[in-house]
Ligand binder design. Structure first.
Ligand code: AKG
Ligand code: FE2
Length: 286
């Protein structure tokens, strides 16, 4: 069992309430280190193996960064091309990590269960579980955005996201940045990216916090919190693991399918995922 390596000492009642109130106030909260050094090494190795094609899962989602590092050239919902296309350090996103045992263990962490119980309930699904790599080769920025949108074809809104660093996140390698307190304004735009006038207004009133993290440290942020990241200016990939959680009743409105369930009745388990021959069809695919 990996859990014995994980630091859950902050999980007593009053410490947990402190985390909840910081999250309510600022729209994000730093959790500190949630997995051990040994485990983070394991996760980093799995990530590199996935990028290099040394570990494969048929049907897994992969997305390359724009060759020139221009975010605005990246095609979204480009389903045909969202697959492994050979070893590369330029994969920007790898999804479907609910089906990778080492990452499912992280999703099942007690701290995520506690936050889920408080903000979602006992039946919880994952909107996405993703490696977010900021490549050392021509990485793109990620503009300020919210991870909630009236454009997304979902029956309910996602709740919160965990962002954990695998190999260290700094201002120089393009760590996550958040606009503190921005969760309080509700949905700010029709799409999830902000217009420049809204962004300017927000930045006048609220401060930007750069989330620098050691390997194994994590934060939780509300999907309403405005966040983004700059380019990686170092010679090493910046690797983060994120998982976004929500009410398991949430359905994709195009297909009427539910999302992978991670807590509650009949949720994913290590034994269930070990029996799968390939990644199940995406929730947005018929
Ligand atoms: O990893 C990043 O640079 C941005 C993360 C993000 O937008 C997210 O986790 O939703
Ligand atoms: Fe995001």
């Amino acid at each position: 069992m990996i859990y014995k390596n994980f630091d859950t000492s902050f999980l007593n009642h009053s410490e947990l309430n402190k985390l909840f109130s910081l999250y309510d106030k600022n729209g994000y909260v730093k959790l500190g280190k949630i997995v051990s050094d040994n485990y983070i090494k394991k996760l980093t190795k799995v990530t590199n193996d996935l990028m290099m094609g040394k570990r494969t899962y048929p049907g897994m989602f992969f997305k390359l960064d724009d060759p020139k590092g221009n975010y605005y050239n990246i095609k979204h919902e480009d389903i045909q091309n969202e697959i492994f296309s050979g070893p590369s350090n330029r994969y920007k996103k790898i999804k479907d990590l609910e089906y990778v045992p080492e990452f499912l263990n992280c999703i099942k962490l007690n701290i995520l269960k506690k936050f889920s119980e408080k903000y979602i309930g006992s039946e919880v699904s994952s909107m996405r579980a993703t490696i977010l790599n900021k490549s050392y080769i021509n990485s793109s920025i990620l503009p300020f955005h919210q991870d909630v949108s009236n454009k997304w074809k979902m029956s309910k809104k996602p709740s919160f996201t965990l962002w954990m660093s695998l190999n260290g996140a700094t201002k120089k390698n393009g760590c996550l940045k958040v606009i503190e307190g921005s969760h309080k304004y509700g949905i700010l735009n029709y799409g999830n990216n902000l217009s420049s006038s809204i962004e300017k207004k927000l930045l006048k009133k609220n401060k930007v916090v750069f989330i620098e993290l050691q390997p194994g440290e994590a934060i939780l942020f509300s999907n309403y919190t405005v966040h983004g990241s700059n380019k990686n200016k170092t010679k090493k990939n910046r690797l983060g693991f994120t998982v976004c959680l929500m009410d398991a009743k949430t359905k994709n409105l195009k297909t009427n399918k539910s999302y992978p369930k991670v807590f509650g009745k009949n949720s994913l388990s290590l034994s269930k995922i070990s029996k799968l021959k390939k990644i199940p069809k995406k929730v947005y695919e018929n």
